[in-house]
Design a protein. Structure first.
Length: 94
């Protein structure tokens, strides 16, 4: 894979941190920055996928009611803690 040059302006504190972090890992500051950017990209893509999956799931119309969630949460830290609620709202059949 080919790579492209990219430059950016950093405040002195961040630049110093990158250089120090690179030294601690026997790598360059550019390598540390590249790894950090790659991690942010990966996390951002994963978050977007989770949102798409959640929207697709919500579009099915199957939900847990607010009452069931509240009852479950109210039981936390009690002697009679309820199990995680199951869906109790379903799309109407037309």
């Amino acid at each position: 894979m080919t790579s492209a040059r990219f430059s950016m302006r950093l405040d002195n504190e961040l630049k110093t941190w990158l250089e120090d972090e690179g030294k601690r890992h026997d790598r360059s500051a550019a390598y540390v920055a590249k790894q950090a950017i790659a991690k942010v990209k990966q996390e951002s893509e994963a978050k977007r996928q989770m949102i798409r999956d959640a929207v697709a799931e919500a579009d099915k119309g199957i939900f847990v009611s607010q009452q069931a969630v509240h009852a479950w949460m109210e039981s936390w830290d009690s002697d009679n803690e309820l199990p995680k609620p199951q869906p109790d709202i379903f799309p109407t059949q037309s």
